[in-house]
Design a protein around this ligand. Structure first.
Ligand code: 2M8
Length: 430
């Protein structure tokens, strides 16, 4: 059974292999995505280290001169995805690469964690040495350009940067963006996937508005911070950045570079999670709207990902787990049969087939499993693992799953669903 599942997962990654990178899915996402490639490399590292390194190298090839690693690296041979590179016009930025087409925004820095996983499986440090400067530049960019006041928390400037595009966390801010006129564009995604499983047109209008705004400001981060209605200290991104800083610190030690810079960043982030993001009344870590200086009080799975980061105290972890065990929020009940919906069932935005507004995603379950294991909640971690595998067995390697029925939604043959199932199934501590 396990062998069969692993073979099927490897088949998905092979089918989406573009040569030097892997697309997230056959048709819906035909290019290379930043954090997708990192998850993919974590899966590949179990059976093909050379290919895992190639995945990382092709991602780093898209790095900007200021250190930013874009969220999409376009495959010139693919079409059928909007926005295409022409919309981004990255040449407006003096930092953009000259010969590679990319987007102008980033995604959570899972790449450093993937590199750490690859290096852990080798007895040599040459790959760590090779990619360390690029990773360090990426982290420096996050901490410098996205945390200009040195608060210990990086901001995202677009919902796409969170990876959870239409999460309830962003909907109120998006709603406040009043467009004088709709941006001119044509979506491609809703021709491939039923529209009720994708962001609404109103969400998309705002995604494109924010993207055009960053472009019109020539991707100058200072100007974007000053002018954009969307500047948010995202709990998910900062949990991953913290964990990635730790991976960077370990890589530094391994190759004889000073670890102090990463330690300093981690120290600042730890303080900020406690002083700025923790809400003791609700027992949640909430995002912080940097622009309006207020918390975003939405009950979503992101509030629990500091468990993966290792940013919760033991007492906070106990309280966070209560949300996961509560049938009115995240635990199974008469409405939902599977763990773990990405938004609380109690949320007014909860939509069980609505993309990041409720469906189960394999990467979020994976974050929770790894985080719960870390804090000693082995039974709950195993229950989430069992549900994740049951969903794949039942419906295949879908992009996301309806928590009521387990039905697969979005695209099929989704790469990170396959890659992270490999990681869960192999689960060897090398
Ligand atoms: C989704 O995002 C893209 C935009 O970046 C889209 O909707 O077209 C998100 O699920 C994101 O997390 C993911 O990296 C990307 C590719 O799988 O798709």
């Amino acid at each position: 059974m396990k062998r069969l599942l692993l073979d099927r997962a490897k088949h998905v990654l092979a089918a989406n292999d573009l040569g030097a990178s892997t697309k997230p899915s056959p048709a819906l996402y035909p290019h290379q995505w930043n954090w997708d490639s990192a998850f993919i490399a974590i899966g590949l590292a179990h059976y093909d280290l050379a290919r895992a390194k190639t995945e990382i190298r092709s991602l780093l090839a898209g790095q900007w001169r200021n250190g930013m690693l874009p969220h999409i690296i376009y495959n010139p041979a693919s079409s059928g995805y909007f926005p295409d590179p022409h919309r981004w016009q990255i040449a407006r930025s003096p930092d953009a690469p000259a010969s590679i087409l990319t987007s102008g925004i980033t995604q959570p820095p899972m790449v450093t964690i993937a590199v750490r996983e690859i290096v852990r499986r080798e007895s040599r440090a040459d790959f760590a040495r090779e990619v360390f400067p690029a990773l360090l530049a990426y982290h420096r960019w996050f901490h410098r350009e996205r945390d200009p006041r040195g608060e210990g928390l990086a901001s995202i400037i677009h919902p796409w940067e969170s990876g959870m595009d239409n999460s309830p966390r962003w909907l109120e801010i998006l709603d406040q963006i009043k467009l004088e006129k709709r941006p001119d564009y044509r979506r491609e995604d809703d021709t491939l996937i039923p529209p009720d499983e994708r962001p609404t047109d109103a969400d998309y209008d705002r995604f494109i508005f924010l993207m055009d705004l960053a472009r019109d400001l020539n991707y100058n981060q200072e100007d974007i911070f000053a002018n954009s209605p969307f500047v948010v200290q995202d709990v998910l991104l900062n949990s991953i950045l913290f964990r990635a800083d730790d991976a960077l610190r370990e890589l530094a030690v391994l190759i004889g570079e000073p670890p102090e810079q990463a330690e300093q960043w981690m120290h600042m982030t730890r303080l900020a999670f406690q002083s700025q993001l923790w809400n003791n009344d609700d027992a949640f870590f909430y995002d912080f709207d940097h622009r309006r200086r207020s918390i975003i009080r939405e009950n979503t799975i992101a509030a629990l990902i500091p468990l993966y980061g290792g940013l919760a105290t033991k007492e906070q972890a106990d309280r966070l787990v209560k949300h996961l065990m509560n049938p009115e929020e995240y635990a199974p009940d008469t409405l939902t049969a599977f763990r773990v919906p990405t938004a609380s069932k109690s949320s007014r935005y909860f939509a069980p087939r609505g993309y990041w507004r409720g469906p189960i995603w394999v990467n979020m379950n994976w974050f929770l499993i790894r985080g719960l294991e870390r804090y000693g909640f082995a039974d709950l971690a195993n229950a989430i693992r069992a549900d994740t595998l049951a969903l794949i067995e039942r419906s295949g390697f879908h992009e996301y799953f309806d928590p009521r029925t387990g039905e697969g939604d979005g695209t099929d043959m989704f790469s990170w669903s396959a890659a992270l199932v490999i990681d869960l199934e192999e689960d060897d501590e090398p």
